[in-house]
Design a protein around this ligand. Structure first.
Ligand code: NAP
Ligand code: MG
Length: 476
């Protein structure tokens, strides 16, 4: 079994308590990594190291920080295959998906290395005799808390802008999947990020997570995870008025009009909800299809679902690996059973594979109605529900009939309708004739209970800075 320590103040170390935790390979159900299990004392050490280091890092000229972040991109490319193998094993994700994600890690470092050099404040108009400008300065010590579904990628979405902008970070990866965050920390260290600027403390949310959120010297929390935990973090952070950004759950609609390319929509529709075994905050888990094409579309969807290759994540051909844990699979199976009990039809899928690991066939649920549990709640597994609509207004109402608002897709060849839908859907991200939600240069995040704040693009750099206004009397 491999082993890994905490990463604090530029070096690996055991937990102060000496505790360790066995991390499971979801494809076998067997442990593959023994990781140091951090606690509150380790968070104190990490925050202290970050607080000592942050002043000189934030005062380094942006081009110097940018050069280090760009070097991290180069090292991430050199170590790409190792990173991908690590992520695939830790999460159970198909190796080719892991390769795409780990290539994106390098791209995100490159992006922030570039844009931070052109990033800054403004010069503002004031009456004669004055000169006014704004500064964008690092927040300070920032706590990053991340989930298990895209662990390396989501950590990088936060690390790259936070570090480029001059902050020091304490990152808590999900304990189910801590490996890639530790690998990325050592990449940043090798690229020249000074000791104390990046710290990674694997541990439980109830211990390490709460210690970070409660720490007096942490000024901001950037969290990605469930809405339930996000609400608790916002409440806890209120005590010290920490800045908080939250990327939370979703129940995203995929709307198919009668003029859509049904074949393309069905193939993309399957990828959009069964990719990463449905454990994707953007999963288009509510298909909302026009009455006129319902039967033809569901036929194409079921055919695409049945073709979806479930198997060993290490196989090049695999499109869907296991779920991350036995619990996560059981949750998906329970939602599927609830849909059947509430009167929906399971058109295909839902079988548990007869092998070790947490595999199941992806399921299509037809004849769903808006009040069903499986339609209302985030499943975070490979189960899609199909609803039908009559006219455009009904499609909009159904799409927005959810507490969430992360992403949405619209399939139509009618240009005006596509833009009306993009305007009327309550979500942070809308894609037209596509299932794609995430682009490094574009903002990503939610409305409503999907959270607030944005990852990626320039928005994210702003979120890791404080704004200062400076007024100078220049009268003679
Ligand atoms: P989660 O249970 O909310 O956990 C997320 C992270 O928070 C983990 O590192 C967890 O630690 C930690 N945590 C748990 N309790 C905490 C507490 N009281 N204080 C501080 N930290 C705490 O979510 P998950 O099960 O990992 O991920 C699935 C959820 O994330 C889904 O709802 C999904 O939609 C959402 N998600 C959203 C996005 C987005 O960008 N909007 C992206 C991906 C996922 P441990 O689990 O290690 O104990
Ligand atoms: Mg794991």
């Amino acid at each position: 079994m491999e082993s890994a320590g905490l990463f604090i103040d530029g070096a690996q170390r055991p937990a102060a308590s000496g505790a360790t935790h066995e991390v499971t390979d979801p494809a076998t159900g067997q442990p593959w990594l023994e990781v140091a299990l951090g606690g509150a004392e380790d968070v104190d050490a990490a925050v202290a190291a970050a607080a000592r280091a942050v002043g000189s890092w934030s005062r380094r000229p942006a081009p110097e920080r940018a050069a280090i972040v760009r070097q991290a991109a180069a090292i991430a490319r050199e170590r790409h295959e190792h990173l991908a193998q690590t992520e695939s094993r830790d999460v159970g994700k198909p190796i080719n998906d892991a390769r795409v994600e780990m290539a994106s890690v390098a791209d995100v470092f490159d992006f922030y290395a570039g844009v931070v050099r052109g990033f800054g404040g403004e010069t503002l108009s004031v009456p004669a005799g004055g000169f006014d400008y704004t500064l964008r300065q690092a927040v300070g010590v920032v706590g990053l808390i991340t989930p298990w579904n895209f662990p390396g990628l989501i950590a990088t979405w936060k690390l790259a802008p936070a570090l480029a902008a001059g902050n020091a970070v304490v990152l808590k990866p999900a304990l189910l999947t801590p490996a890639s965050a530790l690998e990325i920390a050592s990449i940043l260290h090798d690229a020249g990020v000074p000791p104390g600027i990046i710290n990674v403390v694997p541990g439980r949310g109830s211990a390490v997570g709460e210690a970070i959120v409660g720490h007096a010297d942490v000024r901001k929390i950037a969290f990605t995870g469930s809405t339930e935990v996000g609400i608790g973090i916002q409440q806890a952070a209120a005590a010290s008025l920490k800045r908080v950004t939250l990327e939370l759950g979703g129940k995203s609609p995929n709307i198919i009009f009668d003029d859509a390319d049904l074949e393309a929509a069905a193939v993309a529709g399957v990828e959009a909800v069964f990719g990463n075994a449905g454990q994707d905050c953007c999963a288009r888990s509510r298909i909302i299809v026009a009455d006129e094409v319902h039967d033809a579309f569901v036929e194409a969807l079921v055919a695409a679902a049945e073709d979806f290759r479930v198997g060993d994540p290490a196989d090049e051909d695999t499109q869907m690996g296991p779920l991350v844990s036995d619990d996560q699979r059981q949750t998906a199976l329970d939602y599927l059973a609830s849909a059947r009990d509430e009167g929906a039809t399971v058109a295909c899928g839902g079988q548990v594979l007869d092998r070790s690991g947490y595999f199941m066939r992806p399921a299509v649920v037809d004849d769903a109605t808006p009040e069903m549990t499986a339609v209302r709640e985030e499943i975070f597994g490979p189960v899609v529900t199909v609803l039908r609509f009559g006219d455009e207004a009904e499609a909009v109402a159904m799409a927005n009939d959810t507490p969430y608002g992360l992403s949405a897709s619209v399939w139509t060849r009618d240009l005006g309708r596509a833009h009306r839908m993009a305007r009327d859907i309550e979500a942070g991200v809308v894609s037209v004739n596509s299932n794609s939600s995430v682009h490094t240069g574009a903002p990503f995040g939610g409305w409503k209970q999907s959270g607030y704040g944005r990852e990626l693009g320039l928005e994210s750099l702003r979120a890791y800075t404080e704004l200062k206004n400076v007024y100078v009397d220049i009268s003679p």
